[in-house]
Design a protein around this ligand. Structure first.
Ligand code: NAP
Length: 350
């Protein structure tokens, strides 16, 4: 473990929101990174973080971080690495401004995900996409994004199948947690005793993002994977953890045991590099007929592992199964921190 004075200083943009708080919680005792600045909107800036944040994490707010004064979101911060948990309405402008001022921006927002030289990164799936950074137009700055929270679990489950058997078509129905809507998000009168069969722009993201992530960087551009995806997204009264029912059509014949083996034996760059936030085993398979369940399994391997169960034949496509992943950890702040760890290990962050 690096000593405190050797840690890399970092800031969080949009630190008061749902994802921003999760960054604060996960980075409070990080072995490589140390929070030196927090930003938010002008509503919050100029006040101590503990006085403006509506802290909704289960771990208590770190004393030192709570006493930091929230800054305006402008590129005058005492560090070069910024994690962006900004509202998408403002993220595009701020993230570009920071990158053009020489910052490394590690973003959760949707705005730059389809930029032609910005990686849409899941370190366990497409670590080689970091090569696109060499073509970025942000002077000395860098932007790297992570996918939508519901895309992340799906793609981690699909990657071993794509490698071993090839994927032709995917049909996915999501049951997404309330925390995915930010804070305060969906009102209690909408959420309680209810399922909302619509999440704005979510289906479009799930149908496009996996194609970029499972595709390849050819040295000058991203080439999408040739896979068709149909998604239906629902908001359910669960606090954390997105559950997804998935059916797949594969390009080559295989057995149920071969698929299970492809999942549980899957390892990638974060495991090889022993990154601090990497799950030891990215995918866990559960044979019990009623697993995975959000309340029981969302925190597996500190919320960074994906749980799968219910693999069985599909009478329409080839196979169907259920995937669970933690939306604000693996699907947001934890995923972005893993991106930063990979970039540090690969020399993109000094
Ligand atoms: P949120 O709870 O609404 O938080 C938004 C943050 O942006 C707050 O800190 C807010 O500061 C700040 N902000 C808003 N307007 C601003 C402005 N004009 N200038 C500077 N800061 C401003 O949203 P969230 O759920 O944490 O999501 C953050 C981002 O991550 C979004 O782009 C979202 O799409 C993405 N994301 C979320 C999830 C999830 O599971 N929630 C998953 C993946 C990706 P104030 O408190 O001062 O208003």
């Amino acid at each position: 473990m690096k000593k405190l004075q050797e840690k890399i200083p970092v800031a969080i943009l949009g630190a008061t929101g749902s994802v921003g708080q999760k960054f604060v919680e996960l980075l409070a005792n990080h072995p490589w990174f140390e929070i030196v600045a927090l930003t938010a909107s002008e509503r919050s800036s100029g006040k101590k973080y503990r006085d403006v944040v509506n802290w909704i994490q289960s771990a208590p707010l770190d004393e030192r971080i709570g006493s930091l004064v929230v800054r305006k979101t402008q590129p005058d911060l005492p560090c070069k690495i910024v994690f962006s948990a900004l509202d998408a309405v403002v993220a595009e402008q701020f993230e570009q401004e920071f990158a053009l001022s020489g910052y490394v921006v590690i973003s959760n927002a949707r705005n730059h995900r389809f930029h032609p030289s910005v990686p849409l990164l899941i370190p366990d799936v497409n670590p080689d996409h970091l090569a696109a950074i060499a073509k970025q137009p942000f002077d000395d700055g860098i932007i790297v994004t992570n996918p939508n929270c519901s895309t992340t679990g799906l793609v981690i489950a699909l990657k071993p199948l794509a490698d071993s058997f090839g994927i032709d078509k995917v049909h996915v129905v999501t049951m997404q947690a309330l925390s995915g809507a930010g804070y305060p998000g969906v009102s209690s009168l909408q959420a309680t005793d209810n399922v909302i069969p619509f999440i704005k722009s979510e289906e479009e993201k799930m149908e496009s993002e996996p194609r970029k992530i499972l595709g390849r960087w050819d040295g000058s551009r991203f080439i999408d994977a040739d896979v068709i995806i149909s998604a239906s997204c629902n908001r359910v009264p669960v606090i954390d953890g997105h559950l997804e029912s998935v059916s797949v059509k594969l390009n080559s014949a295989c057995t149920i045991n071969e698929i299970k083996e492809a999942w549980v034996s899957y390892r990638s760059a974060p495991q090889e590099l022993k990154l601090p936030s990497a799950p030891k085993q990215p995918i866990h398979y559960f044979d019990q007929p009623d697993m995975p369940q959000p309340r029981l399994l969302r925190n597996l391997e500190n919320g960074m592992a994906v749980s799968i169960g219910r693999l069985r034949p599909c009478p329409i496509l080839d196979f169907k199964f259920t995937v669970l992943s933690h939306n604000t950890i693996r699907g947001a702040a934890g995923g972005a921190i893993l991106n930063a760890e990979l970039m540090a290990a690969k020399g993109y962050i000094q």
